[in-house]
Design a protein around this ligand. Structure first.
Ligand code: ADP
Ligand code: GLC
Length: 481
């Protein structure tokens, strides 16, 4: 039995701010249980809802010296859908209404977390063959495994994988601060290790010291070797190209299933969507106070409202778009300027634009199920899960050809009867608008063609099946090394 431990800052259903949580929470369920014992370890944030924290059971606790103090490290456990999840408890670090917020504090918090996570393993009595780390928050672990933890028998043969979900966030501060938080000697703070552009950089440490590096799509794995997407680490990505591979994300096909989804008005499937899907649109129009016209071309957006998601392109042409016969339903939170932008256009075009500036799992499912198209014009997108959810619900994605969007949405080709969505290549607002209008045209004038696009979209399989096998192969290979 191969033992694998996922260490991350979030995982569904316990805590989620973005796609990272979906991946960490859903992928472990998809490994071959006969050969793989995959467990998850995340912080026990105070903001985890009681419905989950009440079910956690106490395992053990110990004290760990960190930054001149002896600190409490509690370990809790909860077996959820057959997967053992551990939670590291420390109320000083894991307080607050959100898991992150203040960069400086977050750096200390996750350096503590990474160290506590490894220190907890002998206490729990779980000795993973591979520690699978995700993003900068657990990127210190591969470094620690090559440093102070390397001397102990327990850790010596432990391998590490780091998955880059978003290269933009690296955990950076001046060298002095990072050195303090990591408690690492000077040796590590050179440009071939944790130093980057004279600062300390946690993600860089993870990438340099991990035994294998993955990212969440093939295209993103290529893109980050280039300056435009490389976020200053493209040189390192090229240097480590032999250890880097792209494995595209999947989604939880049980959680996201239009046939069994309890959040939506009307269940449907790939056979009856022509008749049934529209009931969801009607219900959503009613709920959001939009014109109740089931023929209207309804475009959805569910997103963190940040620059990454290409929202400035939408801002540039939204007045033009609203002259068309469309409805736009937005669900998201994030940068104030985008929140206010959508609020403004909802005020300006009350029949056409609905701005829902909050976080709601239920509303996100309703949007995936109700809309005709889903717009995701990202500037960069390591993988993207929203377009996969849209495909699953027969809601046609309109995307920019970058990262995982390029790998998962096949552009419509009217001459060859192919394609599951619409796409454009340059980061240009009018290029996006013409893709939206192309889609609109097919929807209004060639409904049979439109429905065939939905047929093909719903026939695609973006469950974890194939990608989980690729991770299994990677673990096998690492353990065999
Ligand atoms: P990212 O991780 O960059 O935010 P992804 O597309 O990988 O982008 O994943 C986003 C996830 O977060 C999806 O599951 C999406 O449905 C969800 N999501 C984003 N914003 C909201 C929101 N306001 N309410 C509910 N779910 C949201
Ligand atoms: C990040 C990326 C997103 C990806 C998600 C899960 O948040 O922005 O593209 O789908 O991680 O891997």
């Amino acid at each position: 039995m191969e033992k694998i431990l996922f260490v991350a800052s979030e995982a569904v259903p316990f805590i989620k701010t973005g796609g990272l949580a979906d991946v960490v929470g859903s992928l472990p369920k998809c490994f071959d249980k006969e050969y793989f014992d995959v467990r998850i370890l995340i912080p026990k944030y105070l903001c985890i809802k009681e419905e989950w924290s009440n079910q956690m059971t106490y395992v053990d606790h110990f004290y760990m010296d960190y930054l001149g103090k002896s600190r409490y490290v509690g370990i809790l456990q909860y077996v959820y859908e057959g997967i053992t999840c551990y939670f590291i408890d420390n109320e000083e670090y894991f307080t607050g209404a959100k898991p992150y917020g203040d960069w400086y504090k977050d750096l200390e918090k996750f350096c503590f977390f990474s160290r506590a996570a490894l220190s907890a393993l002998p206490v729990i009595g779980f000795q993973p063959d591979v520690v699978h780390c995700h993003d900068w928050q657990s990127a210190l672990i591969p470094v620690l495994l090559k440093d102070r933890f390397h001397d102990g028998e327990f850790f010596r043969n432990m391998k590490s994988v780091i998955t880059i979900h978003n290269l933009k966030f690296q955990g950076v501060w001046d060298v002095k601060t990072i050195q303090k938080f990591t408690c690492l000697p000077d040796y590590y703070f050179t440009p071939d290790k944790l130093e980057a552009y004279k600062d300390g950089n946690l993600l860089k440490g993870g990438i340099v010291f991990a035994d294998a590096i993955t990212t969440v799509s093939d295209t993103y794995a290529e893109e980050i070797k280039m300056p435009f997407y490389g976020e200053g680490l493209d040189g390192l990505m090229r240097a480590r190209a032999d250890s880097l591979r792209g494995i595209v994300n999947g989604i939880d096909y049980e959680e996201f299933d239009p046939e069994t989804d309890t959040y939506i008005e009307q269940a449907y499937n790939s056979k009856n969507f022509r008749k049934e899907k529209i009931r969801n649109k009607r219900a959503l129009q009613k709920e959001l106070g939009l014109n109740q016209d089931e023929k209207k071309f309804m475009i959805g957006i569910v997103s963190r409202l940040t620059d990454q998601k290409g929202l400035d392109l939408i801002q540039f042409v939204i007045d033009e778009l609203c002259q068309d016969d469309i409805q736009l339903v937005v669900l998201g939170t994030g940068e104030e300027r985008y929140e206010n932008m959508f609020r403004h256009y909802a005020w300006k075009y009350p029949d056409k634009v609905s701005a829902n500036i909050y976080y709601s799992e239920a509303m996100s499912h309703k949007i995936y199920a109700s809309c005709d198209a889903f717009l995701m014009p990202s500037l960069f997108e390591p993988c993207g899960l929203s377009q996969l959810m849209s495909l699953r619900y027969g809601t046609v994605p309109i995307v920019r050809e970058t990262g995982g969007l390029k790998d998962t949405v096949e552009p419509y080709n009217e001459f060859e009867n192919k394609g599951t969505g619409f796409s454009f290549s340059n980061y240009n607002a009018h290029e996006m608008l013409s893709s939206v209008r192309y889609a609109e045209g097919i929807y209004y004038d060639k409904k049979r063609e439109w429905n065939k696009i939905i047929d093909r979209a719903m026939a695609k399989d973006y469950s974890w099946k194939t990608s989980a096998m690729k991770y299994q192969e990677l673990y096998d290979w690492l353990i065999g090394c």
